[in-house]
Ligand binder design. Sequence first.
Ligand code: ALL
Length: 349
Amino acid sequence: MRTTFVVALVTVILAVMLTGGCPRKPQPTSQAPLPAQPKAAQTPAATAPEAGTMPDFPGLAPSKKYKIALIMKTMSNPFFQAMDRGAKGEARKLGVDLSSLAASKETSDLEQAGIVENEVAKAVDAICIAPADSKSLVPALLKANQANVPVINIDNRIDRLAAQQAGLKLVTFIGPDNEAGAEKAARYLAEKLGGQGKVAMLEGIRGVDNAEARKHGFEKAMTAFSGITVVDSQSARWELEQGETVFANMLTAHPDITGLFCANDMMALGALRAIDAAKLKGKILVASYDNLKAAQDKIKAGDLLCTIEQHPDLMGAWGVRCAVALLEGETIPPEIAVPTDLITKENVK
Ligand code: ALL
C-alpha cells in the first residue's frame, strides 16, 4: 500500500516535470549554459517540455513595454511569413513593441548579421533569431551578448561548437527535431515507392544545421530499404528557381529517378516544374518539408506526395513569449521542441 503510494507520487512528480508544469522560482539568471556533450549524446534537459508544449509562464504580465527584434532569413519564403504572424500575435497579447526584420535572400547571411548589429545598437531588450547560417552569425550575436541583449535561437540552430568556442550564450533553442522530421517524410516516400527504385535529394544550404539534419534523416530512412538506391543529392539552396534547375540537371543524368526528397517546399515546387517540363508528371513521387499553402495545393492536386508541418507560427510566438518571460525573471528551458507532423492527402487542409 505504502509502496503503491510512493510509486504514484513519483509518477505524478515526473509527469508534472515533463509537461513543464513544475513550479518555477523566479531567478535572475538569463543565459542557459550551452550543453557540453556532442550532438549524438544529447538528450533534452529534464525540465524541457514535450514537443508541442512549452512552459506557459502562467500569469505572465510584463512590467513594461519590451522592445523585441524578430530577425528572420528572408520574407521571399512564405515559411517566414507564418513565423512573423505567430510572433506578432503573441506580441499583441503581451504588449510588446516587435520589429520583424529579414534579409533579402536565403543566402544573405552577412546582411542578416548586419541587421543583428543594428538592433543591438538600437538597444532592443531581446533578439529572436532564425539564423540563415549556423556559424557566420556567431560574431554578430556575440555583440548582443556583450551588450546584455539576450538571444533566443529559433528554427535553425546556431552550431553548438562554434558558439562554445566563441563563448556565445543563447537563452534557448526553439525548433523541431529536423532529422526526425525528414526521416518521417522520407520513410513515407520509400514506403509509397514499395521499397524499390532510384531516389534523389535536394538539400538546403550545406553546412547549415537544419539542412544537414534533414539530409541525415533522409539517409537514415533510405538505408532501411535495401531495394532503394540514392543516385544523387545536391544543394538547391532552399530556393524554387535553384530547385528547378538542379533537378532538371539531375533528371538529365538519371532519367530513371522515381523518388525525390526536398529539404523544403520551395525547392520541391521548383522540382515539380522540372518534372512537368520533362513530361514526367506522375512518374516521380516527391516528398518535402514546410507545409506551405502552395505545397498543400500540390498535395490536393496529386502532384506532391507529402510534406512536414513544423509550426513556424509557434516558433515565432514562443520566441516572443520566452523573451518576455526571461526579461521578467523566469527561467527558460535550454531546449523547447515544436512538433513535426506528416501531411499527406489524407490530412491536408
Ligand atoms: C529553414 C526552415 C525552412 C525553410 C528554410 C529556408 O530554416 O526551417 O524549412 O524553408 O529555412 O530558409
